[in-house]
Write a protein that binds this ligand. Structure first.
Ligand code: UDP
Length: 309
């Protein structure tokens, strides 16, 4: 939202605040609605003369989805269907959708191309596949053009330290490792026997500002008459969990206390993007590709106690 406003767009934010916070949105921009309130969404889109929607409103934890699949299907799939229905009712023709690398499941090789088989290994990934499938039909039947951005590991924070990760409960690696540094309570590494150089999982960590910029490029592509498509959003470089811990130690100058735990259900060993399609077709050019910058920005936010305190 910050980048959209900076780049001259008018923005209305819809959030039911079940996982988000009012303080992250400038006053006057927030409409507290749930995605399942189809007619209220239609009305809002009509009132605001909405031209395009960016749909981030999903539950995002692999582990939680393995315990409560029904919740993921109801929210991520049912909520998206309601939103798409509202868009059709209001005549809004363009959507950018937050999808995930989890649509690929456990790919046989990396880096992962967008053309790789879609075979999720957890209900979270499956819920995103189902929405991508719906989107194909909404394009074909209603001419609702759309871009699915398959996020790899969104990380870092606003470089100025005003916005950062605030999940409750927190499940993501970098904020948990930073918390371990601050509290002395050990972080847990999920598994040390993966088929990777140090036995811990490999992920492709992409800075949240670069991820945000990908959304703007996608909106502009669609508003300019571009066709529906799917893109990976990752840097093309993978890091193991132990490499993250070392980067946190370097940035903070402190030892990270950690324990070894069991593998987390639903985790793939290695997820690294092939990022050439997004760079080539939409001109994406990430600014913050180094792990140390990502960790520095996350630390800058976390060490101030996050925004809420
Ligand atoms: N991870 C970990 N301990 C934690 C949280 C995450 O070892 O407390 C690992 C997890 O198994 C995965 C990587 O860190 O390999 C990134 O996990 P995260 O939940 O941040 O993102 P995901 O890859 O699930 O989207």
């Amino acid at each position: 939202m910050r980048l959209l406003l900076q780049q001259g767009y008018e923005v209305a934010v819809v959030d039911d605040l079940s996982r988000g916070y009012r303080h992250n949105v400038p006053p006057g921009c927030l409409y507290q609605l749930s995605l399942v309130e189809t007619n209220a969404l239609t009305e809002l889109m009509r009132q605001t003369a909405c031209e395009a929607v960016i749909h981030f409103a999903g539950l995002i934890s692999v582990g939680e989805s393995m315990r409560e699949p029904e919740r993921y299907l109801a929210n991520n799939v049912g909520g998206s269907l309601s939103l798409l229905t509202a868009m059709v009712q209001a005549g809004v023709k363009h959507l950018v959708f937050s999808s995930t690398a989890a649509v690929y499941g456990n790919p046989h090789t990396t880096p992962i191309l967008e053309s790789f088989p879609i075979q999720p290994v957890n209900p979270y990934g499956e819920s995103k596949v189902m929405v991508e499938t719906m989107l194909r039909w909404f394009d074909q039947i209603h001419r609702l053009t759309n871009i699915s951005l398959r996020y790899f590991n969104a990380s870092g924070a606003d470089p100025e330290g005003r916005l950062g990760e605030e999940h409750e409960p927190e499940t993501h690696l970098i904020p948990l490792v930073l918390r371990a540094v601050m509290t002395g309570e050990p972080a847990t590494i999920f598994g040390n026997d993966y088929d990777t150089p140090d036995g811990t999982c490999i992920r492709d960590y992409v800075h949240v500002d670069d991820l945000a910029q990908a959304h703007i490029l996608a909106v502009e592509h669609l508003l300019g008459g571009g066709a529906s498509d799917q893109f990976n959003v990752g840097t093309g470089t993978g890091h193991t969990v132990l490499e993250i811990i070392r980067a946190v130690e370097e940035v903070t100058g402190k030892k990270v206390p950690y324990l070894w735990g069991a593998r987390r259900d639903g985790d793939a060993a290695s997820l690294v993007a092939a990022s050439g399609k997004l760079r080539g077709k939409l001109g994406w050019n990430p600014k913050y590709t180094g792990l140390s910058t990502i960790v520095e920005h996350a630390w800058n936010f976390a060490s101030k106690g996050g925004r809420r305190s």
